[in-house]
Design a binder for this molecule. Sequence first.
Ligand code: PEP
Ligand code: MG
Length: 747
Amino acid sequence: MPERVESESRKLLGRLRDSLAESAAGQDRLDRIVTLIATSMQAEVCSIYLFRDEETLELCATEGLKPESVHQTRLKLGEGLVGRTAKSRQVINTGNAPSEKGFRYMPETGEERYSSFCGVPVQRLGQVMGVLVVQSKAAREITPDEVYALEVVAMVLAEMTELGAFVDEGASLQARHRQPVTFRGSSGQEGAVEGRVYLHEPRVVVTNPVSDDPEAEAARLKTAIDALKMSVDSLLEGATTMDAEQVQVLETYRMFANSKSWVARMEADVGSGLSAEAAVEKEQSLARSRMMASDDPYLRERLHDLDDLSNRLLRILTGQGKDTGVDLPENPVLVARNIGPGELLEYGKALKGIVLEEGSVGSHAAIVARAWAIPLIIHAEGITTEALNGDTILVDGDQGAAHLRPDDTLKSAFRDKIAMAAKAQEKYASLRDLPAETRDGVRIGLHMNAGLMADLPSLAGSGAEGVGLFRTELQFLIRNQMPQRGELSALYSRVMDNAKGRRVAFRTLDIGSDKVLSYMKRIEEPNPALGWRAIRVGLDKPGVLRMQLQALVRAAQGRPLTLMFPFITQLAEFRAAKAEMDKVLIREAILGHPLPEELEVGAMLETPSLAFAPDAFFEETDFVSIGGNDLKQFFFAADRENELVRRRYDTLDVSFLTLIEQIVKRCAQSNTALSFCGEDAGRPIEALCFAAMGLRTLSMRAPSVGPVKHLLRRVNLAEVRRVIDTARARGDLTVRPAVMDYLSKLD
Ligand code: PEP
Ligand code: MG
C-alpha cells in the first residue's frame, strides 16, 4: 500500500479513536463518525445503516442526506445498493449508481443528486451488522486504497456495534446480545432446565480496535505470531503417537502461521492504525465470510482451520479464552461449538444443560450427557456467536430448542413445565422399590445402561435391578492412551463392588464407526458403520480383547461374571469370541487367579442376520441382548447418526415389531435369556410394546426406569398385545396410533 494512503487511513483512524474516546451518547457518536469520514474522504455524503432486526436495515446516521430521514429510512436485506452490500457481504463501488442493478431511489433522503456510491459491509466474524456508505456527486469510483481505508473503519464500527456503543436509551435500534433469541436444533437428551450460559471457549472481545502506537502494535503482533508458531511446532513435535489426521490439521495450522500473505495483511492493518487484535479479527472475518459463501468442502475445511488458528492468536494477544478464571455460574449451561467426552467429564455433573452447535446424537459426548441425564441440544446453529457468559438460557431438551435471554412470559411458562416434570419425578421416585409388574401380573426386569463410574450411584436411586449394558469403550474413549490391564481390572472391580452383587453385563470393547480412539491408527473406510468395528476388530487383532477379558476375570475375583460381545453377525464370530474367553480362562487358571464362580457369555444381536442364525447359535449363547440402535439402523438401512433419515422409520412399524417377535420366539425355543438394551427400551410406549411382544428384560438409561415402570404398572399386557395384533391384522403399518388410542382410555 502506498505510504500516503497508509498514513491517510492511519490519520482517519486516529481521529476516529479521539472521537470515540470522548464521552458521548450513541447517536451523537454515530453522527460524529459520519461527519468525520465525509470530511476526511472529501465526499458529500457518508451514512451508516445498521440492522434494526434480522431483515431490516435502518439509516442511523448521515452527513449529507436529509437529517429527517435518519431512523425513518429503512431497507430490506438485498434491497437497493445498500441492501445488496449487506446481502452479498461484498463492497459495491460504482461511479454510476443509478445504472447499477438493484439501485433504488429513496426520495426522502435526497440522494438523487449523487452518482457515485461505495458501500462497505460492517461485519464481524462473518456476521453483517450494517453498511457504511460514501456517496459523491462526481461520477468517480473510489480508489482501492480509499476502499481499504473504509474497510478498516467498517471493522472498527463493527467492533463498536458489537459492544453496544451506538445504542441510546430508548433508541430504535436494539443493543446486540440483549434481545431474546430462540435456537432450534435437535434433542440429544430430554429434560428442561433454566440456567446461565457458560461458554466453553468464550469469544474474545476486542475492546480496543484502534491503536495509539502502530509500531508498538506491530511488535505485539509479531510476538504473538511467534508464540503461535512455537505452540503449533511443539504440538507437532509431540504428535508422534497421534493419528495422521491430527498431524495433517497441525501441518495446515503451521502452513497458515507461516503464510507470508496472512501475516503481511495483518501487518498492513496494524500499520494503518488497527490494534493487533482488530487486525487478526479483520482477517478472521474475511475468512468466515468466504467460508460461508463457499460450497467447496475442502476450502471450507481449510478456512475452518484458519478460523481456529485466528482464535488461538486472539487468545494469545488478549489472554482471554480458556482458563480465564471465569467461574462456573449457578446452574451452568455449557454452550460450545462441539465438545469431546473427555472435556465434558472434566466439567462433571455440575452442568445443568448443554447446547452445542455441532455434535450428533450418537456421539460420545451425547452418551455421557444422557448417562448423566443432562438436557442436551445439538445443531443449535449460531449460538456461540450470540450467547454471552452469564446470559439466562432455557434449555428445552424435549423440543430441541434453546431460548436465550427469554422474556418473562416464556420464562414463567417454562418454569411451569419444569415444575410439572419435577412432580412426575417425585411420582417415579415413589415407585422405586415397587416391581415393574403389569396389572395382569407380568413382571418385567428393568435394568440400566452404564459406562462410567459416575453412572453407578444411579443404580440404587433409579430402581434398576442391575446393569444390562456396561459400555466398556467409554473408558477407552475418555483417555488419550490405551488403558493398562491393571487399571481396567481395578475399575471393573469397583463397578462390581458398587453393584453390590447385582448383575452387570460388561460388553467388550465396541469401537469403530463413530467410536474412534485417538491413539489407534485410523483407517479410512467408505462406510464405517458397516466396516471394521466392534467384535470384527476384536477378532482380527485379539490383543486388546484378550487384555480386556483378563481384566474382567481378575476384577471378578471369583465373583459371578457376565459379559457379552458386540455386533455378532454370525455363529462363527460368536464361537471365535467365546474361544478367546476359553483361552483366557485356561491361562488365568494356570497363573493362579480365581475363576468366576458363575460365568455368562452372551451376544448382542445388532444385525438382522443374527436373528436368522442357525439354532446352534441360540443354544450355545448364554443370553442374547438386542442392540436396538444398530439393529434398527441396519434393518431399515437408515443411519442412526444422520438427521435426515434417523427418524424416518418408526420403531413400532409392524415390520420391525415382527422381527422382534421372531427373535423372542427363537430364544424361547432354546430357552435362551433375552433382553433389549437400545435407546428404545427407555421410551415408555416402545418399552410397553416390546414387553407385549414377549420381552421380559429391558435395559435403559437410568432416568428412564421410572417413566417406563410407571406405564407398565398401569396396563394389562395381554390387552396391549391384543391391540397390537388387531392393528396388524387390520393392516396398520405401525401400531403406534392403536396403542396410543388404548393408552388414552386408561384410567
Ligand atoms: C445398540 O446398538 O443398540 C447398543 C446398545 O449399542 P451402542 O448404542 O453402544 O452401539
Ligand atoms: Mg450397537
